[in-house]
Design a protein around this ligand. Structure first.
Ligand SMILES: [Zn+2]
Length: 86
């Protein structure tokens, strides 16, 4: 699964962390690894690590990569919005 970056919504924490998730679940809130508060996704280009690419789940990987391509435009738009709102 691709990794996505999330940032804690607690202003006293703002922990950033990466978790692996299925592509369709990428925009759902995550739980902060430091304090357990909700964390929202930091929009960036998802990274696919080498271990995942070399796994035996080749067909699943190919399907996931196609989903990443399909969702890349939406992610790019949200990424631009997240910067515009800062
Ligand atoms: Zn936190």
């Amino acid at each position: 699964m691709p990794k996505y970056v999330y940032r804690c919504t607690d202003p006293g924490c703002v922990q950033e962390f990466e978790i692996s998730r299925p592509v369709p679940a990428r925009n759902e809130p995550a739980e902060c690894t430091a304090c357990g508060m909700p964390a929202t996704r930091v929009y960036s280009v998802p990274r696919i690590n080498a271990v995942w690419m070399n796994s035996e789940e080749h067909e699943e990987n190919r399907r996931a990569i196609r989903e990443l391509d399909d969702n890349a435009a939406e992610d790019a738009r949200r990424y631009a919005e997240s910067w515009a709102n800062q």
